[in-house]
Write a protein that binds this ligand. Structure first.
Ligand SMILES: [Zn+2]
Length: 301
């Protein structure tokens, strides 16, 4: 709900202050539908529309039929509808095999040891064909629904190798550099593929954070998954968008391995939460400028 609150307010007020001619589309992030009836959802969506919301990033698990039902109501209320589905975090999902989960630099799996002990931090490895097949199928079933305008990726990244500064206190950490217990993925396939590509056995390197090729290898794994999902989504004439970390160069690449300026998605929604980074509001402008410049202003940010 943190996310809903911030983006709702930022986008709502941005659009209100810029007037009709330059209206920036306002999106609201929300989850549901729980036990809500069609009538209840309809009145909630009509209310949002009246308040200036143009589209929803709506999270409703993995069941396409739930998205079909809610998307139909959203369209009737005049709202765009994007299915907001976490990509590489797969929590309590019985379809996921234990060996599909990412391993850190000391050999622990997020399957039974979620990073930072956070309940939702069960990340799967983006380098496993079984994982990417599963994810592509999941999103394609939802992109096939006529009323769905697009899919919205989230957690399309590695676990934070360095947490945002504003979270250090909460976890009792000082993250002055990359530590192996927060660094992923060191599964057999990632290690072997990297060795085949570069000749480097990353498990024998004293400080993997100094190996530029190892960073690039992992940026490319995420980019490749995004590319696959983009081709699938566009083949269905649907949109694909993503929630990304601020940057990409100042933060996203460094802490979650997102080289998102290389992605061919239709819009970027950076999570420029200044308080996470102990920054003031001017910083929001700085990272927005960085993002727009990095993607050459070729898509909305
Ligand atoms: Zn791996």
């Amino acid at each position: 709900m943190n996310k809903l609150f911030y983006l709702f307010l930022i986008l709502f007020f941005t659009s209100c202050s810029t007037g009709k001619e330059t209206k920036i589309p306002c999106y609201a992030w929300m989850g549901g539908p729980g036990d809500a009836t069609d009538n209840q959802i309809t009145s909630e969506f009509k209310d949002l529309k009246e308040k200036g919301i143009d589209g929803l990033m709506y999270s409703a698990g993995h069941d396409p039929e739930v998205y079909r039902r809610v998307a139909k109501i959203a369209k009737a209320a005049g709202l765009e509808f994007h299915a907001w589905i976490p990509t590489l975090t797969q929590n309590n999902n019985p379809d996921m095999k234990p060996e599909w989960f990412a391993l850190n630099g000391i050999g622990e799996s997020t399957y039974d040891k979620p990073t930072y002990g956070a309940g939702h931090y069960h990340f799967v490895c983006p380098n496993r064909p079984e994982v990417t097949d599963y994810i592509v199928e999941l999103y394609s079933k939802i992109a096939d629904i006529p009323e769905v305008d697009g899919v919205h990726l989230d957690f399309i990244r590695f676990p934070d190798v360095i947490l945002a500064k504003g979270l250090w206190k909460k976890f009792g950490l000082v993250m002055d550099k990359e530590y192996p217990q927060y660094d992923y993925c060191y599964c057999d396939k990632c290690v072997a593929d990297f060795k085949a590509k570069t000749g480097i056995d990353i498990k024998t390197v004293a400080d993997p954070s100094q190996v530029e090729e190892w960073k690039q290898f992992r940026y490319d794994l995420i980019t490749s998954l995004v590319d696959t999902l983009t081709v699938m989504t566009h083949s269905r004439n649907k949109l694909i968008t993503a929630a990304v970390f601020p940057g990409p160069n100042s933060i996203a690449k460094k802490i979650v391995r997102q080289e998102w300026d290389k992605w061919n998605i239709d819009a970027f929604y950076p999570m420029n939460y200044n308080d996470f980074y102990l920054e003031g509001t001017k910083w929001i402008g700085d990272v927005c400028r960085e993002g727009v410049t990095s993607i050459n202003n070729r898509k909305p940010l």
